[in-house]
Ligand binder design. Structure first.
Ligand code: GLP
Length: 244
């Protein structure tokens, strides 16, 4: 779906999330959301906060699982995805803190595998992801599933691509300060979501969107795996869609 600009697109995505939350509330059920970080979903979170403050949208029945976190990373560091999620969403809504899940960047290396298996189990025990939202990196990564990721991959520790670290360097005051690793949900984890929305804005994303939508399905551009799922929607602004 192509919208003229990212403001309209973000409001549309937020409205879909709000509808899901309300539908689940009426049924007395939890809504299980897979959330993303980066600049792309910021407008969606802004609109969700507005819906909470001005239209009484409650997040009491919402359980969230974030896609990824840098490793190593302290949760209170300015660059952590914990800080990002608190500042952009969680601090402004009525979500229960115990319902928030973000991969833990403070684990010792030998604890990571157990943590990742447990993350998968927690998603399953919550009833599976109702909706996963995604951005896309210029390497074609979703979450931090960099080129070389397998289609059935689960939550795991990965090594970040050089381009990804370069793109993150501004937040860290230089590429040398960007962690070399991250913990990310896998392509397989994302695929199990009942609905997936990938968002991309601006001409900077146009070349990778063209590859993701029209290119050959390959681990070299992990987002191409999404062509194999039938519950995926790309929500784009006109500039991101300009090469399609
Ligand atoms: C990071 C995140 C991804 C995100 C990507 C794009 O690498 N781990 O989940 O999609 O950046 O970021 P942006 O939305 O800022 O373009």
């Amino acid at each position: 779906t192509v919208y003229p600009d990212k403001q309209i697109a973000s409001v549309k995505v937020a409205e879909r999330i709000a509808r899901l939350i309300r539908r689940k509330q009426e049924a007395g059920e939890q809504a299980v959301l897979g959330l993303a970080t980066g600049a792309t979903p910021v407008g969606v979170y802004e609109e969700l906060v507005r819906l909470h403050k001005e239209e009484g949208l409650s997040f009491q029945n919402v359980v969230t699982f974030n896609l990824d976190e840098y490793y190593p990373m302290q949760p209170d560091a300015p660059q952590s995805y914990v800080t990002f999620m608190n500042e952009n969403l969680f601090d402004h809504i009525d979500i229960k803190r115990e319902n928030i899940h973000i991969p833990d960047g403070t684990l010792a290396l030998e604890e990571v595998v157990t943590f990742c298996l447990n993350y998968e189990r927690q998603i399953e025990e919550a009833g599976g992801l109702d909706l996963q939202i995604l951005g896309i990196g210029r390497t074609g990564h979703v979450g931090f599933n960099e080129p070389g990721s397998a289609p059935n991959s689960g939550t795991r520790l990965v090594t970040l691509d050089d381009l990804t670290r370069r793109d993150a360097s501004r937040d860290f005051g230089g590429k040398e300060n960007v962690p070399t690793k991250a913990i990310t949900m896998g392509i397989g984890t994302i695929f199990k979501a009942r609905e997936i929305i990938l968002m991309a804005w601006s001409g900077k994303k146009a070349p990778i969107i063209k590859k993701a939508v029209e290119g050959e399905v390959s681990g070299e551009v992990p987002a191409t795996y999404l062509q194999l799922a039938d519950n995926v929607e790309f929500v784009l602004d006109a500039d991101a869609a300009s090469e399609l």
